[in-house]
Ligand binder design. Structure first.
Ligand SMILES: *Cc1c(COP(=O)(O)O)cnc(C)c1O
Length: 395
């Protein structure tokens, strides 16, 4: 379907119909184009395509039809003008910064972002004179206090992992724009099925497609969605520096998008059911999940999200030994730090994802010794409860 025909269609329709330009073979399913390069009818046509005078494919580091199909579909679902796909979620973040920032610029980042995101800023981008400053995700005054005339980008991940803190995206966008900066939201945990940051005023949406867009743990990929203006710069980085998406992976993600809404709603339903049940267990100190009425930002979650997602923090009474006992008593869940899968995963952040932090850093991040993180999958809710009850009841 052409872009104009997509106007006004619902998210579920876009997820299934957007982006596929049928070839002369009249295929029904989206084709994979496993080719590194493309051929021309004549030397003159090749010259025009190389110069960019005529649209068309040249080389799959620049464009590839399957990758373009994925980009168009995700752009339509996020409500963006354009999408650029990348080889991973980290490549999406790196390409954004390479495209839009230069030496001397500052970027403000919420402290609770994905660990590799912090390492990317601290260890690598700082070498090139791009300075990160860290703030508390939900403290808008703190974001404002950290801004200077050098601030070019605000980068936030909402909800946070694993404590489900949120930032008011519309308020943060207003702040960024008042200071002439851009706002990028890492929308990995909710996806466009449950949260559309561009509609709330954000300028860029960042994805690790590895997570819920694939949804079944098969492929690594990423994407950035936004306006033509910034995305054209991003495209320049990806086609020149090379962190492009493989056509095979793009096809896997295309198929993932078709069922994204269905899955995200089912993840949310299972997670809410489990969170409510966990909150009533005597061995549980506290559950961090934005779908619970006990969550301090529940009203904001209801306002800016269409669902609450799969990820939650659960604090077990009795510290690390108790948390480990609950984890080790599971039979159904996978003990792994990964998430974004139909398979439920369980992990102890204090000794894994946040294990390299000092005790003080961990305490200030709210990662207590008894905390476990669940990324709730699509197994039967009753089986997941029983899997956790085994450990909880033994404490
Ligand atoms: C996994 C993840 C990333 C990085 O994505 P990769 O595909 O692993 O490179 C970035 N942000 C968030 C929130 C993630 O969970």
């Amino acid at each position: 379907m052409s872009f104009d025909e997509l106007e006004g269609l619902g998210l579920e329709t876009l997820a299934i119909r957007a982006g596929h330009a049928r070839t002369h073979e009249q295929e029904h399913g989206e084709p994979i184009f496993p080719t590194s390069s493309f051929v021309y009818e004549s030397a003159a046509e090749a010259a025009r395509k190389f110069k960019g005078e005529e649209p068309g494919n040249v080389y799959s580091r620049f464009t590839n039809p399957t990758v373009r199909n994925f980009e168009k579909r995700l752009a339509a679902m996020e409500g963006g003008e354009r999408c650029v796909a990348t080889s991973s979620g980290m490549a999406a973040i790196l390409s954004t910064v390479l495209a839009l920032l230069e030496a001397g610029d500052e970027v403000i980042v919420s402290r609770s972002v994905f660990g590799s995101t912090i390492a990317l800023f601290d260890k690598y981008l700082s070498k090139f004179g791009i300075q990160p400053r860290y703030v508390e995700l939900n403290d808008i005054a703190g974001w404002e206090a950290a801004m200077s005339s050098k601030t070019k980008l605000l980068f936030a991940e909402t909800p946070s992992n694993p404590l489900n803190e949120l930032v008011d995206i519309a308020a943060l966008a207003e702040l960024a724009h008042r200071h002439g900066a851009l706002l990028a939201i890492d929308n990995c945990f909710l996806t466009p099925a449950l949260q559309r940051p561009l509609e709330l005023g954000a300028d860029l949406v960042i994805h690790s497609a590895t997570k819920y867009i694939d949804g079944q743990g098969r492929a690594i990929g990423g994407a950035v969605v936004g306006r033509d203006q910034e995305l054209e710069q991003l495209f320049g980085v990806v086609r020149t520096c090379g962190p492009c998406m493989s056509p095979f992976n793009a096809w896997v993600f295309l198929k993932g998008l078709e069922t994204l809404s269905l899955r995200m709603n089912a993840h949310s339903r299972n997670a809410l059911g489990l969170a409510q049940w966990l909150e009533a267990q005597p061995a549980v100190e506290r559950v961090y999940y934005s779908g619970l009425e006990s969550h301090p930002q529940h009203a904001l979650a209801q306002r800016q999200q269409r669902g609450f997602g799969a990820v939650m923090g659960v604090e077990i009474k009795g510290g690390q030994p108790a948390a480990w006992q609950v984890i080790d008593s599971t039979r159904v869940m996978s003990i792994t730090g990964n998430l974004g899968d139909v398979k439920t995963t369980i992990t102890h952040p204090g000794t894994t994802t946040h294990g390299r932090l000092s005790d003080e850093q961990r305490a200030s991040a709210g990662i207590r010794d008894g905390l476990i993180r669940l990324a709730v999958g699509l197994e039967s809710l009753e089986d997941l409860k029983a899997d956790l009850a085994r450990g909880l009841d033994s404490l």
